[in-house]
Design a binder for this molecule. Structure first.
Ligand code: ADP
Length: 584
């Protein structure tokens, strides 16, 4: 009922007004009463002087003393303030009976009269008495009288009643003024408070940009200032947190690693697109830990009970991919901890590692064969005593050819290494591809005819010029033609064709040789890959020719591909851009 500031203020101010008016009122009444009594006494002292007392004693001596006294005192009526409320009487000094007086009412035998009868001046009235009196004993000769003065305090009562009336009026006015004042005061206080309350409500609802106007420098103004500051700090913090969250969201959505968070019971809380792609799942209700990491061999219980400072890792395969999984728990200390999983796709890394191991083993193998051949023949030559010149010559020939083979392998490996580390010294120029093709074909024609093949060059009347490393491109073409010569049975046909369009040159070398099984075609450009190892090694190949060819062609921003059919023949196609083909 009295919960509002206005009613509280009204009550306080009303009570305060009443208390103040009552205190002031009782103070005034008290002072007025004291003043009235003091004034009465002073009047009595000033009238009843020594002289008047002597005069009165003289008059009291004779007969009709009372009458004389009455007459004398009547002359002092004004000075004594005699009126309807104040009378004087001449009493008999022994019995206290009234002998004469300004009123017919006989006064009582008060304490003052009794004192006067004992010969003393009687002024025994107490504050609580309803009257004021003074009794003065007068003795003259045989006679003794008492001059008695009595005031009914009626005048004082009248004054006090007027004061009380004024007090009541002051209380009523005071209450009215305090209600109005408290209304005004509460309005000036409550309006900014209401504004502040509305502001707090809006900020709580999320409108952090809101600021409340400050019009005063009082406590409410300071509170509003503090609120505005707080809202500013809050807005900054929320903005910072939001941009941080956006940053993490963007990272989460676009990172290559998969990130999944799960509850203790294995429900998926969040999963990023990378994780969906790696695990081949889509987020949706019912997706569980076991659906994602069943293959990893780590159970949900094992993951959920992980110590916060520890993590679990495991590599597992899923649909042809090699995935590395990290599992940890996170959350408030004491509260239920969730599970966080991070997935790395290490398929390429794994493949590269395998390729590296394979390459090292291939190199060792390729070098070991000629080395053991050389060692074998050299030992025989050293040990054998009765060896004829012809055999010795043959053995030395084998040693020489195996050394050549090793030299070729090492040379090819060095070329590949230079290509890998971009250490190749490219001689870029504008050159006639037509002349290069003619030169290569002329150079290879002897080798082709030695194997009984027919090598033909089928090109338009004129081919545009090409930008690139002429020698290396010619080396690629030689390599491909020599493959056709090697892998085509005697009497074969090898055709080198070249056509151009506006931007590129299409070069093909086609033979009608042994062909390549379809399953081997994708791996032809791998280092040391051979279709038929024994045969190709016998033919002197290193298994690095096509790998080098691809590196050189791709360095010129071109492409190389093979189409082949077993026992029908093979076509190797090279596409090279005419302009700016070199990679720089
Ligand atoms: P090599 O030096 O052994 O010839 P390449 O890298 O040039 O190595 O060739 C890789 C393999 O591809 C060869 O070992 C061979 O088995 C196969 N090959 C290449 N060209 C032909 C072709 N024209 N016909 C049949 N097989 C071929």
């Amino acid at each position: 009922m009295f919960s509002s500031l206005h009613s509280k203020l009204t009550i306080v101010m009303t009570v305060l007004t009443i208390v103040v008016v009552l205190i002031v009122g009782s103070f005034i009444i008290n002072n007025t009463t004291n003043f009235y009594i003091d004034d009465f006494r002073e009047q009595m002292y000033s009238v009843f002087s020594e002289d008047l007392i002597l005069q009165l004693r003289g008059e009291a001596e004779g007969e009709d003393g009372a009458e004389h006294l009455y007459q004398t005192l009547s002359a002092y009526s004004t000075a004594l303030g005699i009126d309807a409320n104040r009378n004087f009487y001449i009493l008999d000094g022994k019995s206290g009976n009234v002998l004469a007086g300004t009123s017919d009412d006989a006064p009582e035998l008060t304490a003052s009269v009794i004192a006067a009868m004992a010969g003393k001046v009687g002024q025994e009235t107490r504050l609580t008495d309803a009257f004021l009196d003074v009794a003065v004993p007068i003795s003259g000769g045989e006679n003794s009288y008492i001059v008695y003065l009595k005031d009914t305090k009626q005048e004082l009562q009248n004054i006090n009643q007027t004061i009380i009336l004024i007090i009541i009026q002051a209380v009523v006015f005071g209450i009215i003024i305090s209600v109005l004042l408290s209304l005004l005061l509460s309005k000036t206080m409550t309006v900014p408070i209401e504004k502040l309350t509305a502001g707090v409500g809006k900020v709580a609802a999320g409108d952090l940009s809101l600021r409340v106007d400050v019009h005063s420098r009082d406590e409410i103004g300071k509170l509003t200032d503090a609120f505005n500051n707080m809202a500013g700090v809050l807005e900054d913090s929320v903005n910072r947190l939001e941009s941080e969250r956006d940053r993490l969201d963007t990272m989460f959505s676009h990172m290559a690693d998969g990130v999944i968070s799960m509850s203790q019971s294995g429900d998926i809380l969040s999963i990023n697109p990378a994780a969906e792609r790696l695990l081949g799942v889509k987020q949706g209700p019912g997706l569980k830990y076991s659906d994602l990491f069943g293959e990893s061999g780590i159970s949900l219980e094992e993951a959920a009970s992980l110590d916060p400072s520890k993590f679990l890792e495991r590599t597992f395969s899923l649909s042809g991919r090699t995935l590395h999984l990290y599992l940890a728990t996170y959350g408030h200390t004491g509260g239920e901890r969730d599970i966080m999983a991070v997935l790395h796709d290490i398929t390429d890394q794994d493949r590269l590692e395998k390729a590296r191991r394979e390459f090292v083993s291939n190199v060792s193998h390729e070098l070991r064969t000629p080395l053991s051949n050389i060692k074998g023949y050299a030992e025989t030559l050293v040990d054998a005593t009765d060896i004829d010149d012809e055999t010795r010559g043959n053995f030395l020939g084998v040693i020489l050819s195996e050394t050549d083979r090793m030299t070729r392998i090492v040379k090819d490996l060095l070329t590949l290494s230079r290509l890998d580390y971009n250490k190749m010294d490219w001689q870029i120029s504008r050159f006639s591809i037509q002349r290069s093709l003619e030169n290569v074909c002329t150079a290879m024609s002897l080798s082709a005819s030695n194997s009984g093949h027919e090598l033909t060059l089928d090109i338009p009347v004129s081919l545009p010029e090409l930008t690139g490393d002429r020698e290396r491109i010619e080396q690629v073409i030689v390599n491909i033609i020599s493959n056709s010569i090697k892998y085509t049975p005697a009497g074969g046909r090898i055709v080198v064709r070249a056509v151009t369009d506006v931007t590129k040159l299409n070069l093909t070398v086609t033979d009608n040789g042994i062909g390549i099984p379809a399953e081997d075609i994708p791996r032809l450009f791998d280092r040391f890959y051979r279709v038929d190892k024994a045969r190709t090694r016998a033919s002197g190949g290193t298994g690095l020719g096509l790998a080098i060819a691809r590196e050189i062609v791709e360095h010129h921003r071109g492409s190389i591909s093979v189409a082949s059919e077993v026992d029908k023949g093979t076509t190797v196609s090279i596409v090279l851009p005419l302009e700016d083909s070199h990679e720089g």
